[in-house]
Design a protein. Structure first.
Lengths: 83, 83
C-alpha cells in the first residue's frame, strides 16, 4: 500500500448561480480591484492508502459521486499525488 | 494586456480546527470509505487582465491578503495561467 493524497475540486456547473462568488467579486471591486469574473469552488484533500494511483483515483472519484459533489449542480475533478 | 486566470487556494493553517472537514470525513467513513485524513479548502478562480503573469500574480496575492484569506487562520497560494 502506498500513501496518496487525492485532491477533489468541486465546482458549480456552468449556468448555476453563485451568489457567494458574486458577492466576493463586488467586495473586491469596492476595494479597487479590477477583475472580469470570479468563480468559487470547494477543494477536498483526502489522504488515503491505496495499491496504486489508479486505485486511489477510483476511490476519490466514488467519494465525489456519493458525497462530496451533487451531480445536479456540480462538476468535479480528481488529482492524485503520492504523499 | 493579456487575459489570465489566477487561482487562489485558501486553507486553514495547521492546527486550526476544521469541523466541516471532520464531519465530511466521518460521513465518508459511514459510507464505508477508508481514509486517513481530509482537509477542506476554498478555491477562487479570478479572471483578470494584466500586463504580465507576474502582475496578475501580484494582484491576486493582494486580493488574498485583503479579502479572500484571513491571515490569522489561513494560508493561501496563488497559481496563474493564461486564459
Amino acid at each position: 500500500m502506498t500513501a496518496y493524497t487525492a485532491t477533489v475540486t468541486v465546482r458549480l456547473k456552468h449556468g448555476v448561480l453563485d451568489p457567494e462568488a458574486e458577492t466576493t467579486k463586488r467586495a473586491l471591486e469596492r476595494l479597487g480591484f479590477e477583475l472580469e469574473a470570479l468563480r468559487s469552488a470547494d477543494r477536498f484533500e483526502v489522504d488515503l492508502e491505496a495499491d496504486s494511483a489508479d486505485d486511489a483515483r477510483e476511490r476519490a472519484d466514488e467519494m465525489a459521486e456519493r458525497l462530496l459533489a451533487n451531480p445536479t449542480i456540480h462538476d468535479y475533478d480528481v488529482e492524485v499525488a503520492e504523499r
